[in-house]
Design a protein around this ligand. Structure first.
Ligand SMILES: NC(=O)c1ccc[n+]([C@@H]2O[C@H](COP(=O)([O-])OP(=O)(O)OC[C@H]3O[C@@H](n4cnc5c(N)ncnc54)[C@H](OP(=O)(O)O)[C@@H]3O)[C@@H](O)[C@H]2O)c1
Length: 300
């Protein structure tokens, strides 16, 4: 008999409590500031208080170019005074299309300054290096990030898509653990569960921001997922009288590293539907059944 897993507890990012579901702006490419404002306000009202964006967002997903998602979010913040204070605002830099990564001091500094200009804010609460620049020494990346923090441009420092070893190297030079990591994490992407990224986060009490928690929509379409995984999710959903998506999000939220699942939908009704995940308490056996179905291998 397997009991429901305990609730992992509150999430803190950059010293502030945030909801277990966050809102991601990768696909915030609507042409209308009003529509975008409605979406962001709905997310915040529903408790998705961690808002994540990046300078590169807008280059794909129907966007019109580099920086346009930050610009759109900046227009929302300008149109809705008060919204900024209700969110923990995170953005990312260090991608340089065509290069493709540059976290050198000059580049990362100008990237952060440009993000703040587009967002129309004097600081962000969290700034993450988007992907590891293999040619940047962690000492110079750490110096750059500390300098941005000393200047008051960023509140806390984070890393996205970095291995546990890359995180450890940067932390050594920072002289402190990073405040947040942002790995891919979903029923279809379990790498961070096993590669040490979440273990390191738990060791240092680092916040975990899970990107593409619904596998970029593939949990719904089933595309690229093992059919057995879809069957398992649907069976568990039926048992809990809920949806496949709610089970998939509950799976992410149940990890003891207390991930914040960054929702990527651009539909207010789907942000509301996602809240169903917060009432799903998976059992330990259900959680491991999902792992087995995802990996296609029975656990020993
Ligand atoms: N650090 C990184 O490298 C990285 C990479 C990727 C993403 N991210 C972050 O993670 C955030 C979320 O990523 P994501 O957009 O891939 O997340 P996701 O929530 O896994 O996927 C969202 C996508 O699924 C679609 N979808 C289809 N059915 C859905 C349903 N029933 N409920 C909800 N969504 C459904 C959505 O379409 P509709 O809009 O039509 O609902 C949307 O296109 C991004 O905004 C970004 O902040 C970070």
């Amino acid at each position: 008999m397997s009991e429901p897993l305990p609730s992992p507890g509150p999430r803190f990012v950059a010293g502030r409590e945030v909801g277990p579901l966050g809102f991601g702006c990768w696909r915030l490419t609507t042409a209308s500031t009003d529509d975008a404002a409605h979406l962001v306000e709905t997310a915040i009202d529903l408790g998705c208080t961690l808002v994540d964006t990046a300078d590169v967002y807008g280059l794909d997903w129907g966007g019109t170019g580099w920086g346009t998602c930050e610009q759109r979010l900046g227009a929302v913040l300008a149109a809705r005074p008060g919204l900024r204070d209700r969110m923990v605002l995170a953005t990312k830099g260090g991608i340089d299309p065509g290069v493709p990564y540059d976290a050198s001091p000059a580049r990362l500094t100008t990237a952060c300054e440009a993000s703040l200009r587009r967002l129309g804010v004097d600081h962000v609460d969290l700034y993450l290096v988007h992907r590891p620049d293999l040619l940047a020494h962690p000492a110079e990346v750490a110096d750059t990030l500390l300098s941005l923090r000393t200047r008051g441009l960023i509140g806390a420092i984070g890393l996205s898509n970095h291995s546990a070893a890359q995180t450890a190297a940067l932390e050594h030079h920072l002289g402190e653990p990073v405040a947040a990591v942002q790995p891919e994490l979903s029923v279809a992407a379990l790498g961070a569960v096993r590669d040490g990224v979440l273990d390191r986060a738990m060791r240092h009490d680092t916040a975990v921001l899970a990107w593409s928690p619904l596998a970029g929509g593939r949990v719904t379409t089933g595309e690229g997922l093992r059919p057995a995984l879809v069957d398992v999710l649907d069976g568990i959903a039926a048992g809990h009288d809920t949806t496949r998506e709610a089970v998939a999000l509950a799976f992410v939220l149940a990890h003891p590293s207390r991930p914040v699942a960054l929702l990527g939908t651009q539909r207010p009704d789907r942000i509301a539907d996602a809240q169903r995940a917060l009432t799903v308490r998976l059992t330990r056996a259900e959680w491991y059944t999902i792992v087995e179905a995802s990996e296609g291998v029975a656990l020993p």
